[in-house]
Design a binder for this molecule. Sequence first.
Ligand SMILES: NC(=O)C1=CN([C@@H]2O[C@H](COP(=O)(O)OP(=O)(O)OC[C@H]3O[C@@H](n4cnc5c(N)ncnc54)[C@H](O)[C@@H]3O)[C@@H](O)[C@H]2O)C=CC1
Ligand SMILES: O=C(O)[C@H](O)CS(=O)(=O)O
Length: 491
Amino acid sequence: MPDAAKTDLKSLLKDPSLLADAAYVNGDWIRGEEGTFDVVNPARGDVIAQVADLSRAQIGKAIDAAHAAQKDWAQWTGKERAKVLRKWFDMMMENQDDLGTILTAEQGKPLAEAKGEIAYGAGFIEFFGEEAKRIYGETIPGHQRDKRITVLKQPIGVAASITPWNFPNAMITRKAGPALAAGCSFVARPAKETPLSALVLGVLADRAGIPKGVFNVVTSSKSSDAGKEFCENPKVRKLTFTGSTEVGRILLKQAADQVMKCSMELGGNAPFIVFDDADLDAAVEGAITCKFRNNGQTCVCANRIYVQSGVYDAFAQKLKDRVAQMKVADGFEEGAELGPLINAEAVDKVEDHITDARAKGAEVILGGQKGESGLFFDPTIVTGATPEMKFSTEETFGPLAPLFKFETVEEVIELANDTIFGLASYFYAKDLSRVTQVQEALEYGIVGVNTGLISTEVAPFGGVKQSGLGREGSHHGIEEFLEMKYVCTSV
Ligand SMILES: NC(=O)C1=CN([C@@H]2O[C@H](COP(=O)(O)OP(=O)(O)OC[C@H]3O[C@@H](n4cnc5c(N)ncnc54)[C@H](O)[C@@H]3O)[C@@H](O)[C@H]2O)C=CC1
Ligand SMILES: O=C(O)[C@H](O)CS(=O)(=O)O
């Protein structure tokens, strides 16, 4: 990594006290029995913090604290929980600039995008704070004259979360919001690459008045330790994971021994389809949003772009002209649109997909090479993509847009569905019968129609097939943290 400017993170913050490097357990800030691990700015390669590295035993103590706190937290009324969650939301938004700065420093995304993530992430706390007042049970007409049937909704208990580095704020709040609203307590284990955004949530939870032990952040460099403790500790009743399908499988196997309730938001391989009756300019803008958001490092990014033959060349040219204008730069640089990738492995994967595609006949019409320094990569477009190429079956998770040509609706639906994944999909078309046919035929949990951006707290986000289990966001999202109890009373 070439010598670059050092990141003096504290000096960039309006409120430096937001920056924490100890783990947040039971309302206390604790050091790690395993020492510390480094947090690196991916744009510059410099160490920006050294964070507490907790042992598995310390993670177990955080679970004990969450277990002890949960019983009383569940006694709070929904309205009382709503009030403190609203305060947490307000404090996130009041400190949006600083939370965005911390996020850009450790994850690399452009500052404007990082601030956008803070608003997106805070939106889950706001939304589920409101839902806390609307957890309804039901009465059911008895099956006998002397029987009365009621259904109660009660919090599951201690919820444990493992989240990825690509949305280090929103992936936690998308879980903690409904969990706390439901009356659960929460132990978050963030990715080792991006712990600071999780720790600042602990700082603000404390300031907002969330009781000690209800929200905890355990930082550790050994990811499997947390996973095993969460899956094997009998005090944990719910595991909620966001990350790769590969790790999701590992966790599901580990959770099986306790038959633990799991929510899984896993990998994707999103098709982005442009039909010949599409608004091409809109489709180009949608493709850019969908492909290059977070530098292609989202599970809902377009991974395969299918363009009908009649508009293939026009779309490819328009896309190339627009992408060529995108600014690749340090996330703190004015006007930056594409920051660095998270690590060298991510760069290697993008390079590998391009090399593979070229070897199998694709043409690189834009980009195709690493940036001038470190972890930057030029936004890349390839034409002549075919199902034999790696990006047809593997998630690139980087700024690579492969363009496939197709002839008929039937052909492209078959191509789009030919994957083990089923998270997000997108298409651009105008004909109503075609829109209806395609949205029903796509085997995905999410379908964007004439839009490349589907992320919102008010909708049920989640995948089918090997992209996951359960839904996050919308009024459905709170069900993941509730148990349903059937009460039969003889009168
Ligand atoms: N469906 C969704 O909402 C999302 C899916 N992803 C997927 O995740 C991948 C990229 O993100 P990464 O963080 O690299 O994914 P990853 O699956 O390698 O890591 C995710 C989290 O799991 C932890 N982890 C890794 N191995 C573990 C183990 N054996 N036990 C317990 N925890 C473990 C990591 O430290 C990290 O905190 C891509 O495949 C992407 O599509 C990422 C974000 C959102
Ligand atoms: O981590 C991800 O990729 C997110 O789930 C994508 S989104 O929530 O921002 O759509």
